[in-house]
Write a protein of this length. Structure first.
Length: 440
């Protein structure tokens, strides 16, 4: 694609990076076929190609974002299916990230929209605040339908619907410390405990630590790590995202320098995509560029790490049929497609792949709160395809997808690592119906 940026504009490294990306796009439109919002809404401006044109026009003309571009960029899930499909290697992720920062700096959103985004950014990345908010949600649940009737309050109705009926107690495992390997020590990793996941489902990290320890891997929860920054990054709040990234880079660098790390293990693929991008996000910060690149290189999804280990025979082969849902951040963001399915099959599960596996389930960070209608349409389509497999349960590697799919599916949705931990001698995942367990 031809571009017309001035030399002065290209002096801004963010614009220069976006210009390089824009020039790679050949307008072929292949990406439209796999874009969930184009497939759902049928509007070219809700396709990757349409959004690329809008972004190019906004950046080239150096103008402030307007309502039209904000509408179409806000509808983008950042699922990155377009990057998997694109034959020209267009890095849509970095382009839309830049557009979101430009929008945040130049567009004044309506009051309720600003308020909702502010609440999400102030609560979700902090486990104690998020836990308190979920408890409060129980009181607000009777007002769900009333909120739904007012367009500006629909995100609050979506939040109340997604909030679990009970909030698990905080896990001791999330506190900084070292979990020693059992038997011979074969490696040492750090684990990202995360922000929303340990509140909603602390058993995921517990199963990860337990499985890794039994495999001879020491797991450290570094002091000072926190939210990966994805949530504010996707809102275009660049400085807040970079601050969270720097805090994690510092925490993991201390561990790399003190005890050495074979990997930084991540159990939420949405976080994994962002941490693997720290090297790019902090490339212009001389104090952090090198350290961030080192952290990104060490970041591994738990399944990506497990396939590098010498796994024993599973102690217990559950034999259940599992529909594997590949989160967008797993398959498109990190290009991890083979490992989770291979691990599940090796552990004795019969793995089925739902149709339209490339399409997002509609979770996408806070998308199911900010864009509840499109999100619900994508969720229902996903659940229909999953249920058509006839599987007894769903396995996936991202807490957002677990919450989203479980809100509509009639079968249990379990994190992949909990099933692997069970097969390799750990505890049965809670919440599997007795009938399912009796049938194995
Ligand atoms: S990231 Fe997903 S929703 Fe956004 S343009 Fe690409 S395919 Fe469409
Ligand atoms: S597939 Fe790639 S090159 Fe083709 S229109 Fe989409 S982004 Fe541009």
């Amino acid at each position: 694609m031809q571009t017309n940026f001035t030399t002065a504009q290209l002096a801004d490294p963010h614009v220069a990076e976006s210009e390089k990306i824009l020039r790679k796009c050949v307008h072929c439109g292949f990406c439209t076929a796999t874009c969930p919002t184009y497939v759902t809404l049928g509007n070219e401006l809700d396709s990757p190609r349409g959004r690329i044109y809008l972004i190019k026009d906004m950046l080239e003309n150096g103008r402030a974002a307007d309502k039209e571009i904000v509408t179409h960029i806000d509808r983008c899930l950042s699922c990155l299916a377009c990057m998997t499909t694109c034959p020209s290697g267009v890095n849509y992720m970095h382009l839309v990230d830049h557009a979101r920062v430009h929008i945040e700096k130049t567009y004044k959103r309506p009051l309720m929209n600003r308020l909702t985004r502010g609440v999400l950014a102030a609560v979700l990345p902090y486990p104690a605040r998020f836990r308190a908010a979920l408890k409060l949600a129980r009181l607000g649940r009777p007002f769900t339908n009333a909120f739904d009737a007012v367009p500006a309050l629909k995100p609050f109705a979506a939040m109340l619907r997604l909030a679990p009926a009970t909030v698990p107690a905080a896990s001791a495992m999330a506190s900084p410390g070292t979990h020693a390997a059992k038997g011979n020590k074969n490696g040492r990793v750090a684990i990202l405990t995360g922000c929303a996941q340990p509140v909603l489902e602390p058993g995921i990290n517990e199963a990860t630590v337990s499985l890794l320890n039994r495999l001879g891997i020491e797991v450290v929860v570094p002091k000072g790590e926190g939210c990966c920054g994805a949530l504010v990054h996707h809102m275009g709040r660049e400085e807040a995202a970079l601050d969270q990234a720097r805090q994690n880079v510092d925490a993991w660098t201390r561990e790399i320098e003190q005890g050495g790390l074979d990997a930084i293990v991540i159990t939420a693929s949405g976080c994994g995509t962002t941490i693997k991008d720290y090297g790019f996000m902090l490339r212009l910060d001389p104090a952090y560029a090198e350290k961030a690149a080192r952290v990104s290189a060490l970041a591994k999804d738990i399944t990506e790490y497990l396939v590098t280990l010498d796994l024993p025979e599973p102690q217990h082969k559950p034999g259940l049929t599992v529909a594997y849902h590949s989160a967008c951040s797993m398959q498109h963001g990190q290009k991890i497609t083979r490992q989770p399915k291979e691990l599940l099959a090796r552990a004795g599960f019969v793995v089925k792949e739902p149709r339209e596996g490339h399409l997002c389930c509609g979770s996408a960070g806070t998308y199911n709160i900010m864009q509840p209608e499109i999100s619900a349409r994508l969720r229902d389509r996903k659940v229909k395809n999953i249920e058509a497999t006839g599987a007894a349960l769903v396995a996936t590697g991202n807490i957002g997808c677990i919450t989203q799919i479980a809100s509509a599916a009639n079968i249990p949705v379990v994190h992949t690592v909990k099933l692997l931990d069970w097969a390799y001698g750990g505890e049965k995942p809670a919440g599997l119906p007795a009938a399912l367990l009796a049938a194995e």
